[in-house]
Design a protein around this ligand. Sequence first.
Ligand code: NDP
Length: 419
Amino acid sequence: MSRLMIIGCGGVASVAVHKCCQNDEVFTDLMIASRTLSKCDALKAKLEAGTRTKISTAKVDADNVEELEALIKGYRPDAVLNLALPYQDLTIMEACLKAGVHYIDTANYEPENTDDPEWRAIYEKRCREAGFTAYFDYSWQWAYHERFKYAGLTALLGTGFDPGVTSVFAAYAKKHYFDEIDTIDILDCNGGDHGYPFATNFNPEINLREVSANGSYWENGHWVETKPMEIKRIYHFPEVGEKDMYLLHHEEIEALAKNIPGVKRIRFFMTFGQSYLTHMKCLENVGMLSTSPIEYEGKSIVPIQFLKALLPDPASLGERTVGKTNIGCIFTGRKNGKEKTVYIYNVCDHQECYREVGSQAVSYTTGVPAMIGAMMLVTGTWKGDGVFNVEEFDPDPYMEALNRWGLPWKVDEAPVLVE
Ligand code: NDP
């Protein structure tokens, strides 16, 4: 029996809410709280007849700590699952501390306004010292460790697919297959086709910021930064086929470098089709990916936010997307002195996800592990005072839950390696 508050009601939250309602023995009470109340009410209306979970809804501005604190204190959940945007991570963490509840999310903090001079000064110092230039990093949230620890609360960071499942795959590989892991290649393949010339599979602003940024990887204790899309590989993905993939900076590299001792190299690759890359480059060249406000007809607009308003809503792609995703990790290292290679991955079919919960596989593969992470915390399966990434806990119950709740995984002990 537990009470959960989910903040946000977009593509990922919709899947997590569906899954909590399927898992109604654990999630007996659920509040969906977001900026647009009508979306929360519509989701409640769709689901409440088919579940024993008691659903409530509320309107909240998750940028406002006091408003959040009052809502959390009023509902008294065991945990808050943040499925709004990375911009709201810190305000929601603050509110959880003030209200005395656990915190869970799927993406690390990123500021909405990257021109803010106070943030920029800290960011530029980090770029110089750490050696990577992404707008997001874990330092902001890891800095809360002592406060969560002192309060006897847990903050569970990054329980989506990547970060999230890929991080748990790493903990599972470490526990069951290796004495030492030397390299980790995280491969994120979306073989789906939605039929539009250009659309993003999750929040366009967050997605385009990530993809248009410099790439980077971790090697021998430091970051190596690349130009955007500088490193390309071709890989044949099980059940999907051959795809072009590109090296990106990704947040779980930072956490795994800290939490998997001795690892020598960690890289992240994502597949993109040529049409996506050509559209993105063109939009970037004309300034449409800019996060800095411009004046237009007496009004201040942020180009990338205007672009978001023009693009298809990711939540609407489910019905028209066909094909599969394949996301996983290839590990190399040693067990009992012998060289070893292991590939752990999940394949997810867009149309099967749509039939089950009305969403495409990118929202599904994030929303299911968000529910599982929340379940690990509220059932006390994972316990710890402070701020933790998912790979810091026992991976076994999480891996079992993936099989049970719609994301079964496979292990291949002789995969083709990425060059
Ligand atoms: P969406 O844009 O579809 O949904 C975001 C939701 O948050 C919307 O309902 C939005 O409200 C709400 N929201 C935004 N700002 C506020 C605010 N200030 N107060 C209250 N509610 C707010 O995003 P997605 O569902 O695609 O993504 C959700 C999260 O999941 C993101 O953080 C994303 O980075 C993360 N993610 C993680 C992945 C992983 O594998 N780890 C993969 C994919 C996504 P409104 O409905 O009014 O717009």
